[in-house]
Design a protein around this ligand. Structure first.
Ligand SMILES: [Fe+2]
Length: 255
């Protein structure tokens, strides 16, 4: 099977591009499972129910989220009933939704997907190490392939999680920074790993946000209204080829 993981989706016009390009890309490249991070889909902060519907209809199998998971209130009831959207598993237990799910890929495999937040330079989430450990124990024997989206700021924390779960989770990638890292690799015990997938969004600004507003924020330290950047939308992601239950090849893609 081939799994495509797409970086953080920024804004409505990126969803338009995903609707236009993803179905053909999936077919042409024989992709049987697509994961994407949707936490900036609603013009930067969070994802609305309608954004989720559009991404799922465009051929995304699983949407992961992150620190902005609860940025749009109309998503809360959807998180309670929609198995194909997950928020970080290490949020407090009373928050809406699920942190992991098992769904079937087009090629038949049962795929366990887990979303977790890092803690370095982020909120005081529960330990990503212990929380994911608990999920693996609970779900043991119920899946054929496992995928972990580590939504985190620090590359070192993502790498530490990659190494800790090496050989126990098949695919581990990071999201949140919106900058693609060039370190895709198969770790010593077989996990396909990349520190950050990058972004699906307009490349004309700063991380998908209008550059002038970000510069103003850094210069003045005053509250600043962020809007989605202009410029071409690019979809940044990574294809993990898993022909025999093991990741054999990893390729960064832009389309
Ligand atoms: Fe984030």
């Amino acid at each position: 099977m081939k799994l495509l993981a797409l970086g953080d989706v920024v804004g409505q016009k990126t969803i338009d591009v995903i609707e236009k390009k993803l179905p053909d890309y999936r077919r042409e490249h024989g992709i049987s499972f697509v994961v994407c991070n949707g936490e900036n889909a609603a013009e930067i902060r969070g994802m609305r129910a309608v954004d989720a519907e559009r991404l799922l209809a465009a051929g995304v199998d699983i949407i992961t989220l992150g620190n902005h998971a609860f940025g749009q209130k109309d998503l809360y009831p959807v998180l309670e009933r929609e198995k194909r959207i997950i928020r970080p598993v290490n949020f407090p237990p009373q928050t809406p939704g699920m942190g992991y799910t098992v769904v079937a890929a087009e090629s038949g495999e049962r795929v366990l997907c887990i979303n977790v937040c890092g803690r370095a330079f982020m909120d005081a989430y529960a330990s990503p190490f212990e929380t994911v450990e608990g999920v693996l124990k609970r779900e043991a024997g119920k899946y054929d392939l496992s995928v972990l989206d580590v939504h985190a700021e620090a590359t070192s924390e993502k790498l530490a999680l990659g190494r800790w779960f090496d050989g126990r989770i098949d695919v581990i990638f990071g999201t949140h920074t919106h900058v693609t890292t060039a370190d895709e690799q198969i770790l010593p015990r077989g996990t396909g790993y990349q520190t950050d997938l990058g972004m699906c969004g307009p490349v004309g600004g700063i991380l998908g946000t209008d550059a002038a507003a970000v510069i103003e924020k850094f210069r003045s330290l005053m509250p600043t209204r962020f809007t989605v950047a202009g410029g071409e939308v690019e979809l940044h992601g990574t294809v993990f080829e898993i022909p025999d239950g093991k990741v054999r090849r990893i390729t960064r893609v832009v389309f």
